[in-house]
Design a protein around this ligand. Structure first.
Ligand code: FES
Ligand code: CO
Length: 345
C-alpha cells in the first residue's frame, strides 16, 4: 500500500461480516481497490487481491501450510504463498530461495469487532479507533438486516438517509404524506467528526399487519427524528413516536468504489412493541426499495464543493454533512475523471 493520505484511506471500514470469512478467501472492494479477506490461524487478514507475480486474484487462492508450516494464502496460478503480513514465504518453483523482496505485498490493517470485519488502507491504523456500534441498547431489541449493495457512492447513500425533503414524493407507499412537504426548521449541531439534529416529521401512521401500526394515533403521526452522522459513513436515525415508542435505523456504509457501496444495517425496536422481526424488516425493505432507483439515478459522486448542486433550507442536514466531509479533507473528484477513485466520496 502507498502512504495513506486521505480521510477515507485512514478510516476503518466494514469489509465483511465475521461469518462470511470461513475456510476460504473472500473478495472485497474498498475505495476502488480489490482486496482479499482470509482467516489465518483464526485471525482475519486483509491483503491486496493482486498477486505481486502476475496480478492474479488471490481471492481465487487457497489456504495452505507451506514454507515454515504456518498457514498462508496460496496464489492459484503458480503457488506463491503469503503470510498474514503479506510477506511471500514460499515460491514452489524455487524451494531453496532466496525469495525476491518484491514478491511480498503489504497487508491492510484488519480488526474484528461486533461480528464485523473492519479494514483500513492505513496499515498502521489503530484498532482502538474501530467504532463501537449500538449493541445491547437498553429497552431496544436489535434486528440485523442483510447487507445491501447499491450502485451509488457511500456519500450519496448516507445523504439520502438524512434527506428530509423527499418523503412525500419517494415514500407515499410507506410513510410519506403531502402534509410533510414543508420541512420543519431545525438546527444542526456539529462536532469534530459528527453532526446531529432533532426535527419533527409528519408521517402517515404506517400499516401494520392488522391496520395502522399505531391504532390509537390516527392517520397521521408526528415523529421526533433524531439524527447522528459520524464521518465518514455511519448514520443513526432514532424515531420517537407520540406514545413514547422508539425505533432506530443504524447504518455503516462501505465505499466499495466511487459508484458502489455496501450498507451494513440494523434496526433497533422498542422492547414494548410486539411486532415480528420479519414485518420490521419488510417495512424497511419497502422504504429502501422506494429510495434506491432515485439514488442510483444520481451521478454517483457526492459533490462537496459549495456551489455545486443547489441547496435550500430543507437541505440543511445535507449541507452540514458535505461541509463536514470537506473540512475533514475529503475531496470531490466527481468532475475530474483523471482523479483516483479513492478520493471520491
Ligand atoms: Fe500469483 Fe504467479 S500470479 S503466483
Ligand atoms: Co428515503
Amino acid at each position: 500500500m502507498s502512504t495513506p493520505a486521505t480521510l477515507l484511506e485512514r478510516s476503518w471500514h466494514v469489509v465483511a461480516r465475521s461469518g462470511d470469512v470461513g475456510p476460504g478467501p473472500v473478495a472485497v472492494e474498498l475505495l476502488g481497490r480489490r482486496l482479499v479477506v482470509v482467516r489465518l490461524d483464526g485471525e482475519v487478514v486483509v491483503l491486496p487481491a493482486a498477486c505481486p507475480h502476475r496480478g492474479t486474484d488471490l481471492a481465487l487462492g487457497t489456504i495452505v501450510a507451506r514454507g515454515d508450516g504456518s498457514p498462508g494464502l496460496q496464489c492459484p496460478y503458480h503457488g506463491w504463498t503469503f503470510d498474514r503480513h503479506g510477506v511471500c514465504t514460499f515460491i514452489p518453483s524455487m524451494p531453496d530461495g532466496p525469495l525476491p523482496q518484491a514478491a511480498s505485498t503489504t497487508s491492510c490493517a484488519a480488526h474484528e469487532r461486533d461480528g464485523l470485519v473492519w479494514a483500513s488502507l492505513d496499515a498502521g491504523a489503530d484498532p482502538a479507533r474501530v467504532p463501537a456500534l449500538p449493541i445491547d441498547v437498553p429497552g431496544m431489541r436489535t434486528i440485523l438486516g442483510e447487507p445491501m449493495v447499491w450502485n451509488t457512492s457511500a456519500g450519496r447513500h448516507v445523504e439520502n438517509i438524512l434527506d428530509l425533503g423527499h418523503f412525500p414524493f419517494v415514500h407515499p407507499g410507506t410513510f410519506g404524506c403531502p402534509e410533510a412537504e414543508v420541512v420543519a426548521s431545525h438546527h444542526v449541531e456539529r462536532g469534530e467528526d459528527w453532526i446531529a439534529a432533532d426535527v419533527p416529521v409528519v408521517t402517515r401512521n404506517p400499516d401494520g399487519a392488522d391496520g395502522p401500526m399505531y391504532p390509537g394515533l390516527g392517520p397521521l403521526v408526528t415523529l421526533g427524528y433524531h439524527y447522528e452522522v459520524t464521518a465518514p459513513y455511519r448514520i443513526t436515525i432514532d424515531f420517537e413516536f407520540p406514545d413514547g415508542m422508539r425505533r432506530a435505523l443504524h447504518e455503516v456504509v462501505t465505499p466499495n468504489r466511487h459508484d458502489q457501496c455496501t450498507i451494513h444495517w440494523r434496526l433497533l425496536v422498542d422492547d414494548r412493541l410486539r411486532s415480528d422481526d420479519a414485518d420490521e424488516l419488510a417495512f424497511a425493505h419497502a422504504v429502501f426499495a422506494e429510495d434506491r432507483p432515485i439514488i442510483e439515478s444520481q451521478p454517483p459522486g457526492l459533490p462537496l464543493d459549495a456551489g455545486v448542486e443547489v441547496q435550500v433550507a430543507a437541505d440543511r442536514l445535507a449541507v452540514a454533512y458535505r461541509r463536514m466531509l470537506r473540512e475533514l479533507g475529503c475531496t470531490t473528484a466527481d468532475r475530474d475523471r483523471r482523479a483516483s477513485c479513492r478520493e471520491r466520496v
